[in-house]
Design a protein. Structure first.
Length: 319
């Protein structure tokens, strides 16, 4: 049984439709809005809910919270107005398109004592949760390297680069494991389409104690790969989100010895209970509204991710 709050959804596009379905099933969707009137009308009819303008959503004192799933360029203005009007806010990634905007929202949430959460979805995926638990149990020993591949022939955004669209997921997961921000980075990129930034990036993040992370994100790739691997002194964990649930998480106990020889063991699949990460993310938001606690992916976590994304973008501009 879910706590009941009146939550408005702004943005009913390809991802917003999934948010709408989950919030409705949880009994927390109170109204919808989309700039496309036909889409708004479709969702209003499907869920028998009113269509309210943004102004009416934000000024309505009976609405407890807002989920913002509109285009990235609208996030700063919509979230600012929602917080000023005393709404708790969940912003789907990317949180913002600049670090300065992210800090403005963070300060405002603190000042207004409101919940401010970012939809870094994969933190709520049971395979990643299990991976983190195994790492915390010292299954891998000291972490050496993380490798993240997020490749597909997907939507080319006109208002954000592949850094904000795809790499945000992997940066969030990497920082969650490393528990620190990188001290240096190297970036390569390719630009082929008419958008605001690169279509593909390869990033090396360097952390203290010699730890590294490699990120490859590409929305021009002719094949799909969503793979996140963590390499430690005692083996590796591989989270492959394109596999079925029985194969999503595996453990490779093989490792490299000090003399550079390899001790090999067979790969082991790890049982992971199936979940819908978006539903778990929305459950977290509702629980945080109810108990007035900070979400796992709160505005502080959002700023950490935004910091790394801006480091990447600034490096690209300099080079």
């Amino acid at each position: 049984m879910y706590q009941k709050y009146k939550i408005a959804l702004i943005g009913c596009g390809s991802w917003g439709k999934n948010i709408a379905r989950n919030l409705f099933e949880m009994g927390n969707l109170t109204c919808v809005y989309d700039t496309n009137k036909e889409i708004s009308q479709k969702f209003s009819k499907t869920y028998n809910l009113p269509i309210l303008s943004i102004d009416k959503i934000l000024s309505n004192k009976e609405i407890d919270a807002v989920v913002i799933a509109s285009s990235a360029v609208t996030h700063i203005s919509l979230a600012t107005e929602a917080l000023i009007n005393d709404k708790d806010v969940l912003i789907e990634k990317p949180f913002c398109l600049s670090l300065s905007d992210a800090k403005v929202l963070s300060r405002l949430a603190v000042d207004r004592k409101k919940i401010l959460m970012v939809g870094h979805l994969l933190n709520y995926h049971n395979a990643f949760i299990k991976m983190k638990n195994l790492i915390n149990d010292n299954t891998l020993g000291n972490i050496i390297n993380i490798r993240a591949h997020r490749l597909a022939l997907g939507s080319v955004r006109s208002d954000e680069s592949v850094t904000y669209d795809l790499a945000a997921h992997d940066i969030s997961m990497i920082l969650s494991i490393m528990q620190s921000t990188p001290i240096d980075l190297e970036v390569q990129s390719i630009h082929h389409n008419s958008n605001t930034g690169p279509d593909a990036i390869s990033v090396k993040l360097s952390f203290e104690k010699g730890r590294t992370a490699l990120i490859n994100c590409d929305w021009m790739c002719p094949y799909k790969e969503h793979r996140f691997s963590v390499v430690g002194k005692k083996g590796s964990l591989i989270f492959n989100d394109t596999e079925n649930w029985s194969n999503k998480l595996s453990y490779n106990p093989s490792f490299i010895n000090p003399d550079n020889t390899i001790t090999s063991f067979p790969l082991q699949n790890i049982y992971v209970e199936q979940n819908e990460p978006l539903k778990t993310e929305l459950e977290e938001f509702i629980n945080c509204i109810h108990y007035r606690k900070n979400p796992l992916t709160d505005h502080n976590e959002a700023i950490n991710v935004q910091t790394v994304m801006e480091m990447i973008e600034n490096k690209l501009k300099r080079d």
